[in-house]
Design a protein around this ligand. Sequence first.
Ligand SMILES: [Zn+2]
Length: 287
Amino acid sequence: MNYQVVKKNKVLLFDGAMGTMIKSYGLNINNSIEIYNFTEEETIKRIHRDYIKAGADIITTNTFGANKIRFKNDKYDIEEVISKGIKIAKEARDGNDRILIAYDIGPTGVGVKPVGTLTFDEAYEIFKKQIIIAEENEVDLILIETILNLEECKAAIKAAKDYSKLPVLCTFTLNVDGELFDGNSIENAIKEVNKLDIEAVGINCSPGVKDIYIIVEKIKELTEKEIMVQPNTRCYIDNLKDFIEISENEFSEEILKCIKKGAKIIGGCCGTTPRYTKKIKEKLSKL
Ligand SMILES: [Zn+2]
């Protein structure tokens, strides 16, 4: 089944964090966690399966940092890492074609000029290579996430549109002032991606789940595209100096508020686990 069919008339539920789950198995997440596609294959598969069991419609490949700049390992090249990540997700799906596989693209970590160090063309070439591998390995959609830099996002989207026919979803991550980390406002970012042929736009990770529906509401006013939200579990306190992790129940309540404001594609980022996915699923089934 493809994205368009699964999406019809329903809210789509993405899985939650990969890094958080890898850490819960006692593994180190300070280096490239994509290496676990080789050294901890069964653990990665189990994490995907636990999200599927919890009710996720879409699982996300363990490829966030698998790009030429970010991935640091001499033993495997990017092509092997991405292909293996997709293979594991497919095995976890185990022939159930109602479960979609999102090929996950994270930022390069260095950004595109003028804020970052890469030229647009250099970023485009990096993403192009990744997209070609994902396309060859037949994923269901492309997720470009944790976008900190608008120009980098445009380079990734252009590569995705030039080298695949897959649906493209993209989510920005914002600082506590509601801006991208390159200083662009969310208004400007949405205005720019509105010009591009993508399926959905939204936010993930920061600034946390508490009251994130206010940003969803703002995005709704700015775009006709589907809106996606995958927050982390943080709720900032003490004038933004500290934060608390909020529970599955509170998290899912905040997600429901996002749905009421127009979000159609939902899920979790850092801190979320299959327990969060399950709680959201329970609440979705009562809508
Ligand atoms: Zn996150």
